[in-house]
Unconditional design. Structure first.
Length: 123
């Protein structure tokens, strides 16, 4: 049976000239899988706060999850299944300009290389 664990939370702040103090928070920040071929399935919680209300879209690896008109803050929850690091981004709904982004990283428990000899030796 494969093991999956999720840990941490991430907060990313990006200062872009068009906006200012954007905040995008994602939880969990890391998903731990047994091996790199395994997909991670986890409940992802995303929250954002913007300095002003603008129409935004939330994307996961350039796939639109949802769009909202004139949002200064908001949130999104869903069950994600990712096999590569997932990049979550908020973009302006009309221009497509990136407002802020963050990433859900995958970590593996096992290395893809096997050690052929013991770490220690008498000689």
């Amino acid at each position: 049976m494969a093991a999956t664990a999720v840990i941490g939370s991430a907060v990313v702040m990006t200062a872009m000239p068009a906006y200012g103090d954007e905040l995008l928070e994602i939880s969990p920040q890391f998903c731990v899988v047994e091996n790199k071929e395994q997909a991670c399935t986890t409940q992802v919680n995303i929250r954002w706060t913007l300095p002003e209300a603008i129409p935004v879209c939330l994307l996961e690896n350039n796939r639109t999850l949802g769009c909202w008109p004139a949002q200064q803050q908001g949130g999104w929850q869903y069950k994600a299944k990712v096999q590569l690091p997932a990049i979550y981004s908020l973009t302006h709904a009309h221009t497509g300009e990136l407002v802020v982004d963050t990433q859900l990283e995958l970590q593996t428990l096992r290395s893809s290389r096997r050690r052929l000899r013991s770490v220690w030796s008498f000689f």
